[in-house]
Design a protein around this ligand. Sequence first.
Ligand code: ZN
Length: 240
Amino acid sequence: MNPMDHLTSFLQSLWQPMEELFFPSVCLHCQEHLLQPADLPALCEACFQSLKPISSEVLQHNVLHRLNPCYIDDIYTAFQFNDVVQSLIHAIKYQQMPNLGRKVGKYVATLLVSQISLHPEDKIIPVPLHSTRKREREYNQSLEIARGLFEQQLNQIDIEILIRERYTLSQTRLTREERRINVENAFRVTRPSQVSGKRFLLIDDVITTGSTMNECARVLKSHGATHITAISIAAPVRAD
Ligand SMILES: [Zn+2]
């Protein structure tokens, strides 16, 4: 092997793990080897096919009708929550993959774009993390998803107008009522004059009971927001 070939193979051996660092070469859910890029990066074809859409009627029934009072006007979600979605969200949140969050957001945008109405003055708010949690995770997954969803309207994303000033427990193991209490008064509007009369789109990774989004919406509406749209990657579908 000549020196140039040595150098090339050495660089290739370095590149392989680096590439895997940014984009996994196995499916995030089932660890199947990824032969070709699927529509949604990091999932194999079988796992990708397991993702099912969720209709707005189901979201109205499962989420909005159960919030009392409900401050959310519209709700859009791409997928029914399942174990594949769980692996995807887990990777975005905890495995240092902000790029994946953006790619998923971008893909979800292609599914939801015809339904969501975004006016030029509307503000897009990724559900904020508490500063302590953001330091732990280094980025806010909802912001990365928002950047993918609204790649053409990045200037409408506002990460300062709403802050989470109270550190809250993870909602995962809490009941519906505990979730509502857990996020009560957790958020604060920093510039009330920029909220009054405005419409907002809230972005989160998953909507479960909707209590976090509803609390954000409540605070924004208490300052005169006129319309709140909630958008997420997934929401669970209940049989009842
Ligand atoms: Zn898979």
